[in-house]
Ligand binder design. Structure first.
Ligand SMILES: [Zn+2]
Length: 86
């Protein structure tokens, strides 16, 4: 049986220190990226496919647009992808 890993805290996603945080208390590293909010600006994070290989993270409030590979689907994937910032 697969064990879920509790969300491990803010994930830095940009060079200027922007982070996304879980939307609500009961999120896991396996939760979809869409279950997060843009810390400080409080906008909801959504994803949009923009090419065969990439999607972008968007924020409902500030217009954040951060490309990530299309394989990045969960909060844990996102943390791993931006490992250099953590
Ligand atoms: Zn935002």
């Amino acid at each position: 049986m697969k064990t879920s890993i509790k969300f491990a805290g803010p994930i830095r996603v940009s060079e200027i220190g922007e982070t996304v945080v879980a939307n609500g208390l009961n999120q896991f590293e396996e939760s979809p990226i869409e279950m997060s909010v843009h810390e400080h600006c409080k906008g909801l994070i959504t994803t949009v496919g923009v090419s065969k290989s990439h999607l972008v993270l968007r924020c409902s409030n500030c217009g954040l647009r951060i490309p990530v590979p299309a394989e990045v689907l969960t909060l844990g994937d996102l943390r791993k992808h931006f490992e250099r910032y953590q």
